[in-house]
Design a protein around this ligand. Structure first.
Ligand SMILES: [Zn+2]
Length: 232
């Protein structure tokens, strides 16, 4: 493959994007933005982080994604809420956060392998990021919720949900996230792990609540299929 082989595809794709935009597509967001959701989704290329909500207009979702959908960054050894989450909450009036993990997550897999004595990933930036997940994974493997003796794919998917809960809980408890901000924890399933339908999100955490029966009380009846848990 030549070095710039991709470039014509990119430019043609963008050309088609420009041609295909409806009239006035950006009219309401020329001066500012008021996204109603900040979605901390894993960066995995298989996860359509805006399209999963059937949203195709600009200015609706703020998307600070990263590998493994972590919600914090480290500031002088302290965990502080990631800037990409704080910005919309404190500066654009956003009052809902979704932490979105996904089945078969590579970052969770890498952290699981480190936690169970496997090799630390490289290069250093990846290693540092994955290692932020490792203590949580170790805690999960010791917990009652995760069946650490199950086959690897099963354990990974349990850990994915555990990670979503953990990240959502961190936000829920953070002094930097105002009380009136709603924190959702979702797992995006594109592999038929939770149910038959690929592409469905499962609400596994609602403002710190992880009990599916209690979460279901807040969910419209026709969408109760979207409440499920591998842990509880
Ligand atoms: Zn992932």
């Amino acid at each position: 493959m030549e070095k710039y082989d991709l470039l014509p595809d990119l430019l043609e794709g963008n050309h088609n994007h420009v041609e295909g935009l409806p009239q006035g597509y950006f009219d309401d967001v020329q001066e500012d933005q008021h996204p109603n959701l900040v979605s901390v989704c894993c960066s995995d290329s298989r996860i359509p982080q805006v399209e999963m909500w059937d949203i195709d207009e600009p200015g609706r979702v703020f998307t600070p994604s990263n590998i493994g959908n972590l919600v914090w960054e480290v500031d002088e050894k302290d965990r502080v809420v990631d800037s990409g989450i704080l910005y919309p909450i404190h500066h654009t009036g956003t009052s809902a956060v979704a932490v979105v993990g996904h089945t078969g997550c590579g970052a969770v897999t890498a952290a699981y392998r480190v936690a169970t004595g496997g090799e630390r990933p490289s290069p250093r930036g990846v290693r540092n990021h994955v290692e932020m997940l490792v203590p949580m994974i170790e805690e999960a493997l010791e917990s009652e919720e995760v069946d650490a003796d199950a086959d690897e794919a099963t354990v990974i998917n349990q850990l994915v949900e555990y990670n979503v809960d953990y990240q959502a809980q961190f936000l829920h408890e953070s002094d930097d996230i105002p009380e009136d901000v709603t924190v959702y924890g979702f797992v995006y399933d594109f592999q038929g792990v939770y149910g038959e339908e690929n592409g469905r999100v499962y609400l596994v955490n609602l403002d710190g609540e992880t009990d599916p029966e209690k979460i279901a009380e807040e969910v419209p009846e026709e969408f109760e299929v979207a409440v499920s848990s591998l842990l509880y």
